[in-house]
Design a protein around this ligand. Structure first.
Ligand code: BYC
Length: 333
C-alpha cells in the first residue's frame, strides 16, 4: 500500500506493448518504442502534436483559473503566516501556467491564441475550479484533495513521451507536494480545534471529495482520448487506474486527519488489494464541463476581465522589446 504521502507509480501495464497507431514517421515510432523523449525538432505526426496542444493548453488554463478559488481567501486567511503561505501557493500556480504555456509553444502554437480559445470557450480547463470556496477550510480541502489528485495525475506525466511537457512537470510536481502538505496541515489544525472548526473541515471535505474524483476524467470506457494517448506515451495510466490510486492514497490520510470521506461504500478489498468506493456521478462532471457548474460563468468573467485589464502591460512589454530590437539593429548597422 502507498504511504500517507506515497507516490508509488510502478504498475505492470507500463511494460505492455503499445498498440500500433498507423501512419507515423519511423523515427517517431523508434523513439516511443525505445522509451526515448520526443523533442520539438523531431518529425511529429500531426495528430500527436494536436493531442499535446489540447492537453497541455487545458492543463495551463487549469493552473491559471485555479488561482481564483484560492485567491478569494488571500485577504481573509486567518493569520499573517497563513496569508503568506497562501500567496506563495497561488503565485506557484501562475508559475505552473507559465511553464505549461511555454511547453505548448514548443509545438508551434501561440500563447495569445491559446488564451483566446480559453476565453471563447473553445478550450477547456479542469472541472474542479468551477466549485466555490465557501469557508477557510475549503482552502485546506483544495490543498489536500485537489493538489493530491493533481499529484497522482501529474507524477506519471513527468515520464510523458514529449520532452518539454515532461520536464515542466518535474518542477510542477515538486511544488504540488508542498501544496498538498499545506492543505493537509490546515485541515489537521481545524480537525483538532474546536467542534465548530472540525465541523467546518468535515463540511469542506464532504463538498470537495466527489468533484476531486471527477478530476481524473470520465471512466475508461467513456474516455475517447485515453487509448491513443496511452499508445503515444502521453498518458501512462488510465483515468480509472489513477482514480483508484488516489482513493488508495487518500483513505489512510483521512484517517490520520480524523475526518470522514463522504462515501459509505469505501472499504478495503483484500482480493483486489485496493479500496472499493461508491459510484461517481459522471453526469455532474459532464454538466460542469459543458459550462453548467456552480461557478463557470464567474470564473470566465473574472479571467476575461483580468486579461483585458492587463492589456497595457502586454503593450508596454512589446513596445520595450521593439525598442531593444531596433537598438540592436542600429548597433549592428
Ligand atoms: N475537467 O478522453 P478524456 C491542478 C475532458 S491543474 C474538464 O479522458 P484526456 C491545480 C477532456 O479534456 C489540474 N474537462 O480526455 C491547479 C476531453 O475533452 P476534449 C488539471 C475534462 O485528455 C491549480 C473529454 O473530457 N490537470 O491540479 O485523455 C491549483 C474526454 O476525456 C475533465 C491536468 O490538466 C475534467 N476533470 O484525459 C491546484 C492534467 N476530464 O479535450 C491544482 C493533464 C476530462 O476531447 N491532463 N475532460 O474536448 C490530463 O491528464 C488529461 O487531459 C485528463 C483527461 C485526465 C484531465
Amino acid at each position: 500500500m502507498v504511504g500517507v504521502y506515497g507516490n508509488d507509480f510502478t504498475a505492470p501495464d507500463e511494460t505492455a506493448p503499445r498498440p500500433a497507431t498507423g501512419d507515423e514517421p519511423e523515427t517517431f515510432r523508434a523513439l516511443l518504442e525505445g522509451e526515448g523523449r520526443v523533442e520539438p525538432r523531431d518529425d511529429l505526426p500531426d495528430a500527436y502534436r494536436r493531442t499535446l496542444v489540447r492537453q497541455i493548453a487545458q492543463h495551463a488554463h487549469s493552473e491559471i483559473i485555479g488561482m481564483q478559488p484560492e485567491g478569494n481567501w488571500i485577504s481573509r486567511a486567518p493569520s499573517l503566516r497563513r496569508k503568506a503561505i497562501l500567496m506563495a501557493k497561488v503565485q506557484d500556480e501562475a508559475g505552473h501556467g507559465l511553464y505549461l504555456y511555454a511547453a505548448a509553444e514548443t509545438l508551434g502554437v501561440d500563447r495569445a491564441d491559446l488564451l483566446d480559445q480559453l476565453h471563447s470557450g473553445r478550450q477547456k480547463y479542469s472541472s474542479i475550479f468551477n466549485y466555490p470556496t465557501l469557508t477557510w477550510a475549503d482552502v485546506g480541502a483544495i490543498g489536500w484533495l485537489v493538489d493530491g489528485a493533481a499529484i497522482v495525475n501529474q507524477v506519471p506525466l513527468c515520464r510523458c513521451s514529449y520532452g518539454p511537457y515532461a520536464r515542466a512537470m518535474i518542477r510542477v510536481c515538486k511544488e504540488e507536494s508542498f501544496h498538498q502538505r499545506q492543505g493537509f496541515e490546515i485541515l489537521h489544525t481545524l480537525s483538532h480545534g474546536t467542534p465548530a472548526q472540525k465541523a467546518m473541515a468535515q463540511d469542506a471535505v464532504d463538498r470537495y471529495w466527489w468533484p476531486s474524483l471527477m478530476m481524473f476524467g470520465p471512466p475508461d470506457d467513456d474516455s475517447p482520448n485515453s487509448a491513443q494517448s496511452m499508445a503515444w506515451g502521453i498518458k501512462r495510466f488510465s483515468n480509472d487506474d489513477l482514480r483508484q490510486r488516489f482513493v488508495d492514497m487518500t483513505v489512510p490520510q483521512a484517517e490520520a486527519l480524523g475526518l470522514t470521506l463522504p462515501d459509505p461504500e469505501i472499504r478495503w478489498n483484500d482480493e483486489r488489494g485496493h479500496y472499493d468506493f461508491g459510484e461517481v456521478d459522471f453526469t455532474e462532471l459532464f454538466e460542469v464541463i459543458k459550462g453548467n457548474g456552480p461557478c463557470n460563468a464567474e470564473r470566465m468573467a473574472h479571467r476575461v476581465r483580468a486579461h483585458e485589464d492587463g492589456a497595457w502591460v502586454r503593450e508596454a512589454a512589446n513596445a520595450y522589446a521593439d525598442k531593444q530590437a531596433a537598438r540592436a539593429g542600429a548597433d549592428v548597422a
